[in-house]
Design a protein around this ligand. Structure first.
Ligand SMILES: Nc1ncnc2c1ncn2[C@@H]1O[C@H](COP(=O)(O)OP(=O)(O)OP(=O)(O)O)[C@@H](O)[C@H]1O
Length: 283
């Protein structure tokens, strides 16, 4: 635990009262037997319906953790349980959205076919249900009317919305997002954050859970119900914080809420980012 001095935002020590669906237990990772330890015993849980953000310093192991949680990367020790079952490969209840949408979409397929792609192999699902899911997912991200476009005809932000729609059409119980908005400009990013919150509000009743890795502290506070802060490498969980900001969130009001600013100051302190700027002589 860090030796931070700021007061933690007032909160209860326990997580929200949903059912715990994902459990990370004592995860350790070395990429090579003689290589450095990247993760050193990470443990935390995620409740059904929560939006959890994972933040930490650059290179601390956030993507490594997410890949282990999605079953794409085997831990050196420890394990991840989803719905009480140990994950040993990508589980069917999970979908992923990555930072680099240019590599996650098929440029030769239309938007509609890109979003339908993960459902295509499901022989037991009726064509009409696939069409309904694709239509609903595109509506959820505000892309109705763009079904016949190709990714190259869309802006970067729209392409990332296609990638989110594709994950949603799959109707995952849990959606994992790895720095999904890191490659878009600041204004587009705000729009995408709000798209994600809208989607989340619409799916909240069905228990949809979201877990996002980001290096952007403000983004984590704006979006999440709870934040897991990782330490410098080899990473451990430095702190878990509940974010009790009013819903629905607003880019202007939420970000200027005194509680938002207090949480941000606290996280900076936990992460050792609180610097005092020195006056430069002569300026
Ligand atoms: N495939 C790999 N083989 C060997 N080392 C790796 C591999 N992938 C990541 N690493 C190392 O693991 C450490 C953590 O990397 P990771 O990408 O998980 O961090 P991160 O917190 O997501 O970084 P960033 O914030 O910069 O995106 C780094 O030192 C990185 O060099």
């Amino acid at each position: 635990m860090s030796t931070h001095t700021a007061t933690p935002p007032e909160q209860e020590a326990t997580a929200s009262p949903g059912q715990r669906i994902l459990e990370v237990r004592e995860l350790r990772k070395r990429y090579a037997a003689d290589g450095p330890l990247v993760c050193d015993g990470l443990s935390f849980g995620v409740e059904e319906g929560e939006f959890v953000a994972i933040i930490g310093p650059s290179g601390c192991g956030k993507s490594t953790l997410l890949r282990m949680m999605s079953g794409l990367l085997a831990p050196s020790s420890g394990d991840v349980h989803l719905n009480g079952r140990r994950i040993s490969g990508p589980p069917p209840e999970m979908a992923l959205v990555f930072q680099d949408y240019t590599r996650s979409l098929y440029p030769w397929l239309t938007v509609e076919k890109n979003v339908r792609f993960p459902l295509a192999g499901n022989k037991r699902m009726a064509k009409s249900e696939k069409a309904e899911r694709v239509g609903q997912a595109l509506a959820n991200v505000g892309l109705t009317g763009f079904e016949d476009y190709h990714p190259g005809q869309l802006s970067g932000g729209m392409q990332q919305r296609v990638a989110i729609a594709r994950a949603l059409a799959f109707q995952p119980q849990i959606l994992l997002l790895d720095e999904p908005f890191a490659s878009v400009d600041a204004l587009t990013k705000e729009g995408l954050e709000d798209t994600l919150l809208d989607v989340r509000d619409r799916l909240r009743e069905s228990g949809n859970t979201m877990l996002m890795v980001t290096h952007d502290i403000d983004e984590a506070i704006y979006l999440a119900d709870r934040i897991v802060i990782l330490s410098k490498p080899p990473c451990v969980v430095a702190e878990e914080l509940r974010v009790d900001l009013p819903q629905p969130r607003s880019q202007v009001q939420t970000r200027s809420d005194p509680e938002f600013l207090r949480i941000r100051a606290y996280i900076h302190d936990v992460m050792g980012l609180t610097h005092q700027r020195q006056a430069v002589p002569g300026l």
